[in-house]
Design a protein around this ligand. Structure first.
Ligand code: FPP
Length: 249
């Protein structure tokens, strides 16, 4: 049993439920610094980060998280040196192939958020296949944010809404917050309750800007490849103690 669950069980009476977030977002940051500390190339940090992505994803599914969104590649990450971008693309292919079989045992539904048309044909095919093969499962929904930027997502949603107005499918007066939410990549999913950023940086970095209006943030001073299940438990404990008011009192 995890640290979180064993401690909570002792603290609370039998039958009491724990306050678990329904949807967690993770900014998997610190791979480069992890590699540098060891005198390794940055790509080695991404490999270690990808292994940890698999471990933490399966753990979230095991403990009953319903939605997990991981930030794997941003719209701004193309600015990195070509060899680093290429190493990341190779890793995505390798890990998506493994995810096809690995996540099957956990019934994990894999979805991609972001402008995936920018990727190579073989990676795009893998993305489509991964979504197709996992869509009938009934476990945790894993959103992998790839070539994702929240501002880009909002521009895309605005264009979709404008198009519907132009075609007469929607009137301007009927545009609500739900209209915006329903046109995002995360349409019909709950907003994240908790976003975790390892590596000690206090930034949102263009991740889920609309969806995180009332999200609780936990910043942890651990680089992503060093981030363990116990660290996740610690974030869950911090989350459980937060008093969420959603603008009320
Ligand atoms: C940020 O750390 C991390 C990334 C840009 C890449 C994250 C990707 C993975 C963990 C691979 C996941 C694989 C799949 C299939 C989803 P950084 O490089 O900015 O670290 P730094 O701030 O220390 O330089």
């Amino acid at each position: 049993m995890s640290l979180f669950f064993s401690r909570r069980k002792k603290e609370r009476g039998k039958g009491d439920s724990v306050v678990l977030p329904q949807h967690i977002g993770i900014i998997m940051d610190g791979n480069g610094r992890w590699a540098k500390k060891r005198g390794l190339p940055r790509s080695a940090g991404h490999t270690a980060g990808a292994q940890n992505f698999r471990t933490i994803t399966r753990y979230c599914s095991d403990i009953g998280i319903k939605y997990l969104t991981v930030y794997a590649f941003s719209t701004e990450n193309w600015k990195r040196p070509a060899d680093e971008v290429s190493a990341l693309m190779t890793l995505f292919k390798q890990y998506l192939n493994e995810a096809l079989t690995d996540f099957k045992d956990d019934s994990i539904v894999v979805r991609f958020i972001g402008e995936t048309s920018a990727f190579s044909e073989d990676l795009r095919e893998l993305i489509i296949r991964t979504e197709e093969e996992s869509k009938h499962r009934n476990g945790m929904v894993l959103n992998i944010a790839m070539n994702y930027g929240s501002r880009d997502e909002l521009v895309t949603a605005t264009k979709k809404i404008a198009e519907k107005v132009k075609n007469g499918e929607l009137s301007v007066d009927d545009i609500t917050e739900d209209t915006v939410s329903d046109n995002l990549y995360t349409a019909h999913q709950p907003d994240p309750d908790l976003i975790i950023r390892p590596s000690g940086e206090y930034r949102i970095s263009n991740f889920l800007l609309w969806q995180s209006a009332y999200t609780e943030f936990v910043i942890m001073d651990k680089l992503w490849p060093d981030f363990t299940k116990d660290d996740l438990d610690m974030a869950l404990e911090i989350f459980a103690k937060r008093n969420r008011r959603f603008g009320g009192i």
